[in-house]
Design a protein around this ligand. Structure first.
Ligand code: FAD
Length: 334
């Protein structure tokens, strides 16, 4: 492999039902910075059926070029088809850096492409940078339970690939009317050649907990103790029209589902307001919420680590203060 032949920064653009998934736009923001430093194009990789018109939005969010493959076999995500399409593009155009959202599909695709084109992959990164002189991609992620940040390099293979968690990178301000180049490619696969068929898509009937888009999150920690305490937290969330978050211990105690979990093995959130109620502030939790705009922590322990990342701290028993707050907010917001 002659790594000198590889140039350009690529972002995998995920779409579902013809709607762009936000993380792709966030990665264009991060990718723009890398591409500018390396003085190369920033390119979006857009696969699907009837998706070409989404390219305009990608140019507005920073892409210089969009490689589009529009084909019925790509209508729904399948590892087999997407890996073949992306693998062919990589072999033909040779990008030096390629990033994907760390969504279920993004993680699946990135690892499949890594084996297909024989390169490395850093999973779940939170900081991206580049050593311009050596053209080395620096992909950093928490390691050893979040106690250190590891910067991982891929020196001998290209592209240098990473998945990035949703909500970590910032979208650029869109520039309406910004233009770019669309490069249309094809995929050499027919439905009959494929081993996997999508027979039906069954949406999760349960109302999804959308922590990632919530403006206000009221999160419960082990300090709320039991179901009664969790209901108390839910009542505060209800008054504030907020989404309920939780630490891992609360999820493991069976008080709510894993989709409520904030942190390293849960979701990363950046709401305008985050209430941490009875949460100690372990790094595995704070890594997922420390970038919230305003954090209010309530904890009986004045030395709790959560106070190190919070903007307002209340040293108090949650069972006394949360019902009072709920009542006061109810009156104020009526
Ligand atoms: P505790 O640490 O038990 O804290 C309870 C807090 O409540 C204490 O600070 C206490 O002072 C306070 N308190 C007690 N009574 C009251 C009261 N009446 N009023 C007010 N405060 C009170 N954790 C996550 O949250 N998310 C993750 O994604 C995650 N991933 C992990 C991944 C790995 C690999 C590992 C090893 C751990 C992970 N953890 C995660 C677990 C994490 O290390 C902590 O164990 C967990 O966050 C602690 O949860 P907690 O703060 O609710 O409970």
């Amino acid at each position: 492999m002659n790594i000198e032949e590889y140039r350009g920064v690529w972002v995998f653009i995920e779409q579902r039902d013809g709607q762009l998934v936000d993380v792709g736009l966030e990665l264009l923001g991060a990718g723009r910075d890398l591409a500018d430093k390396l003085e190369v194009d920033l390119c979006g990789i857009l696969l699907g059926h009837h998706v070409k018109e989404l390219s305009n939005e990608l140019f507005e969010y920073g892409a210089d070029k969009v490689y589009v493959i529009d084909d019925p076999v790509l209508a729904n995500y399948r590892t087999e088809t997407y890996m073949k399409a992306v693998g062919d593009l990589v072999r033909k155009y040779k990008p030096e850096i390629f990033v994907y959202g760390a969504t279920a599909n993004g993680k699946d695709l990135a690892s499949a492409v890594a084996t297909e084109v024989m390169t490395g992959l850093t999973a779940d990164t939170t900081i991206l940078d580049v050593d311009v002189e050596k053209r080395l991609f620096e992909a950093s992620r928490p390691a050893f339970g979040g106690n250190i940040m590891a910067t991982i390099l891929c020196k001998k293979h290209r592209p240098q690939m990473a998945t990035v968690r949703p909500k970590v990178m910032k979208k650029l301000e869109p520039q309406p009317g910004r233009q770019g180049e669309i490069i249309e490619e094809t995929i050499d696969l027919k439905e009959d050649d494929l081993r996997t068929k999508v027979l039906e898509i069954v949406r999760n009937a349960k109302k999804a907990v959308n922590l990632e888009d919530a403006d206000i999150i009221v999160a419960a920690g082990k300090g709320i103790k039991d179901e009664k305490g969790f209901k108390m937290v839910e009542a505060l969330a209800d008054v504030l029209n907020a989404t309920v978050g939780a630490s891992r211990d609360v999820v493991e105690a069976g008080l709510c589902g894993h989709d409520h979990q904030v942190g390293q093995t849960g979701v990363t959130v950046t709401p305008k307001l985050y209430f941490a109620i009875g949460i100690s502030g372990a790094v595995q939790h704070t890594v997922g919420m420390a970038n919230s705009e305003t954090i209010i922590a309530i904890n009986t322990d004045p030395d709790a680590a959560i106070f190190n990342v919070s903007h307002y701290g209340v040293v108090a028993d949650a069972f006394e203060i949360v019902p009072l707050l709920t009542e006061e907010f109810r009156k104020a917001l009526q």
